[in-house]
Every structure is written in C-alpha cells, then in structure tokens.
Design a protein around this ligand. Sequence first.
Ligand code: ADP
Length: 598
Amino acid sequence: MLHERIAAHAHRVPDAPAVTCDGRTLTYGDLDARAERLAAGLRTRVHDEDAVIAVLMDRSTDLIVTLLGVLKAGCAYLALNTADPDRRLAELVADAGARLAVAAPEHAGRLPDTVETLTLATAPSRTGPANVSSAAARADRAAAAQARAADDLAYVCYTSGSTGAPKGVGVTHRGVLRLVVSQDWLRLTPEDTVLQVSAVSFDASTLEIFGALCAGCRLVVHPGGGPVDLDALAATVTGHRVTVVNLATGLLHQLIESRLSFFAGLRHVVTGGDVASPALVARLLDAWPGLTFTNGYGPTENTTFTTCWTTSGPPPDAVPIGTAVTGTGVAVLDDAMRPVTAGGTGEIYTWGGGLARGYLGRPAATAERFLPCPFGPPGSRMYRTGDLARLLPDGNLEFAGRTDRQVKVHGYRVEPGAVEAALARQSGVDRAVVVVEQDDAGRKRLVGHAVPSGTADEGLGARLRASLAAELPGYAVPDTILVHTTLPVTAHGKVDRSALTSAGPRPRAVANAYVPPATPLQRRLTELWSALLDTAPVGIDDDFFDLGGHSLLAAELLDVMHKELGVEIPATALYLRSTVAELSEAVGETLAGREIRS
Ligand code: ADP
C-alpha cells in the first residue's frame, strides 16, 4: 500500500525532509503524523468500503497531508481542480458519490450541501498531538492496513467522456506502486528533490507525489492553483535545487522556448501527455548534454505511464514513446487484432498492474474499453487505448494519432463531442458543432459553431462562451463561438466539419472596421493584444478571441493586466467583454472601486 511505504520512511528517517512549500518543510515524521491525525478523524466518519473523499485545495503542504490522510483512512481521494467552476465540482462529487470533502478554508464553501466539508483545522482528530501515537490510533491503523488490499482504489481521476458526461477512472494502489517502484527508467534516491507542479486533478501529479515520497525524496510543491507563472516556477526550481521534474509536454515546450536556463541544475526531465517536439527536445539535450530525458506515454486508465522512452545520449531525430514500463504489457494490433510487424501501425492495447478498475459506476462504458485479454492469465483484462502507434524496427513505438476525435488541448484530454453536447444544451441554441483548429506552431484550440433557435443577436457567441465557462473546465471552453444561420453539410447530409475548420478568417474580425485607441488605457491594451496575439494593428472593436486568443492567452493577458495595471479582472468578464473598448470600460469600473459587470 502506498501510505505504508511512506510510513516506512517516517519510521526509518523521521527527520528527513519530505515536503517543502512556501518556505515551510515537513519532515517524513511530521507528514506521517499529520496525515495519521487526519486519517483518524476521517475513519470515524466513513464506514463504507471504497469511500471516495473529495479534496479541494491548491498545491500546498496541506494538500499532500490530506491526500496521504485519505489513503491512510482506507479511502480513495477525488482531487478536484480549484480552478474549475463550482457547477463542475458539484457534478464530479455527485458522480463519484463523495459525501465527505476536505477543503482549504478559502474553497470550503464551494461544494454542494450534500457533501460534508471539513478543513484541516476543523477535521476531527482522535490522536492528539502530532508526536503522540495512542493505542487506539495504532489499532485503527492496523485494522485499516489489514482491510486494504493492493487492488483497492487510491484515487478517482476524471476524464472527458464522448457524450458529455465526464468519466471517473478508478485507479488502484497497485497501479500507482507499479508506476513508481522498481522502474528502471525512474531511479529516484533520497538525494533527489522532485518538483510538484502538475494540477492534482491530473494524473501526472501521481508520478510527482508518490514517485518522490515512496523513494524517500524531498517533494518541492510549487504553490498555487491556476495557470503557472514561468518566472515563479523557475524560482521554485532553482531556489530549492530541484533535481527531477515531470512537465506536461506543453509546459516543457514553453520552458525550452523561453528559458533554457531553467534546466541548469536538473538531473532528469520527464514529460508526457502530448506529442513532444523533436526540435525542442534536441535543443534541450544540446544545451544540457548530461541530462536524462524521458518521454512517457499513457492514458489515465493505465495509471499515468504505459510506455517510456529515455535517453541521455545525443538529441534524437524523433521522440518515440518507447517500450512498455515494468509490470505492463503492450501490444500494437491491427484491425483483425493481430500484432503488427516492424514498420506497421496499429492500435495500442495494454494490460498488467497499472490497469484501472474501470469507470466508476459505469459498467457499460468499462466493458466497452476494458476487454478480455488474450495475452495475460485467464480472466485478465486489457485496455483499448484508442491511440495509434507505429512499431519501429528497434522495438520502440512512435505515437501516430487517435482512432477517434479525442484531442489534447493545452495538455488536457478533450472529446469535442462532449463540448458539443454542452453547447447544444445552452438556451437559445438549436444545433452545435465543435471543431479543433491548429495554428502554425501546432497549438490546438476549440472553436464552437452554433445555430440559434431564434434570431441571433450580436452578443450571442460571447454569452454562450461565458455560460459554458460556468459549467466546464477552462480548457474545454471553446475560444470562439461563431453563430450561423445554418451549418454546411457533406454530400451525405452530415455536418461538414472540414468546411467549418477551413472557414477562413473570423467573420467579425473581417467585418470590424479599424477604430484606433482613444485613451492611454486603450492604447496599452491594444499593444498588449498585439504582442500576445502576434497581430497588428489592433482596433478597439476587435475581439480578443476572434483574433486568435484562447484560454491560456486570456490567462496571460489578465496576469499582465494585474501586474501592470493593478486590476484583477475575472476570466468570465473577459469572455463577455472581449473587445478592447469593452475591456477598458471594465478596467475603469474596477479602478473606480465598483463591482465589475460580467
Ligand atoms: P496523461 O496524463 O498521459 O496526459 P490522459 O489520460 O489525460 O493522460 O491522456 C492520455 C492520452 O494523451 C493518450 O491516450 C494519448 O492520446 C495522449 N498522450 C499521452 N502521452 C503522450 C505522448 N508522450 N505522446 C503523444 N500522446 C500522448
């Protein structure tokens, strides 16, 4: 069990540093004792097997204590993203059947009444001070340890479902242990300092947190919850002499492009989640020849990584996803379910210790993807990934796309069908289609197309975007929603998605005459937009999203405005007031001390 491995370090080296965040360090002894105190309180409240406890906190030492406390209590955690809208949080806790939550005080009021929400300060404790371990607590601990087995759930992680409802993947202790223990590609020692920067609602955090704590390393938590500020991240990494990082592919690319010095003190750089750029990886390895680099591939359903490719050698021409990690089976099968030969392309199937239990409460969806496995022992299952790979002559795999419409947008798994369903549900919408567009640098963005049920007015697209932002996680909200009187169809009468994707310049961007800025604030905003969106000139009636802005750029814009102008504009307000003129008006209202209209 995961927590037992961590408790073993607490027993052997109680004074070794375990978690550092915001200038505070918990030793293994502190971490274990604090988590045990929380666990003792949780055990008095939870009696069902496989109980799921929601956790709503930004990255912090408290977060790590809480995750460990939930595991020690014999429960599974559902780590929620604090940046998600409240409606999404409510949907996830209801789907997971969570009746208890542990939240940071600033987020405690955000969950529905059906969930009893504790904060660490209010969570009942049965063990007294941290260093006192009562007989009752020891008995509790032994009982909980006995009752738990490696196939029990450790956490539930949500991914987007194709029809609109998110699916909770139930990941086991065994799955996580197989990811972080005895892997020859991940040789962590207690001398290592590992960064925790991934959102905890995303399974990349599994590798960071349990990789570090099961190996007795120090985990350095980069504090916060929203988008990551690269300067602050660089300060965390250099300030704490981090040696190992696991960066989502998009973040890795950004850091290589903007500050190669970030990697100076690192020993091992791990990435995963999306297709890695060979040119950028080559730039990284050219600059830091001693570095070990790993490209990990895998769906959440097989606990973070399924295959890995590791190099310390010269820069590669391509970045393969490698071969199966220890404890995992992988086959690339053709349509007739026969293994492909070298050079061939097929779909990736995987089995072994990393396999999740399935989708929580969805036996049909589970049966559709978790199939009987002809390669393992009788009765075993394998997961059909929907990913395509080419088998290279040297036995490594190269990622070759998807068999369905699933895409990665800003590193997150998105089913355009799910976003379409959400858009079609909005009032005033008759039909909806969501397509994925890619810019020259390969960055993907979602564009919604809606046909209104009545007559459309000028602001409908922006209003729809704002109402989706109140319901969906930020990465799933289309950057632009265009309103049409009808949708193009193919000869077979289906919606012609390719015609929508290649629709050319945005109608509004073309229709807007250039109106120059009239005030210093408008001038500064047009300059900022020009720089961020790489377009000029920007007029005051131009729309941020129509000019190619998307949620990440929106976050960047709001961040710069905060730093430069001292105003905090909520993202939903930018969705509704997305021209320079409207936004400068919003800034004026905020500066005048008024509540911003959004
Ligand atoms: P992850 O934590 O790996 O991003 P998700 O379940 O969110 O897990 O997404 C899994 C999907 O991401 C895979 O099925 C695949 O389509 C894509 N993916 C993951 N890693 C890679 C990689 N290294 N190269 C290309 N695609 C990847």
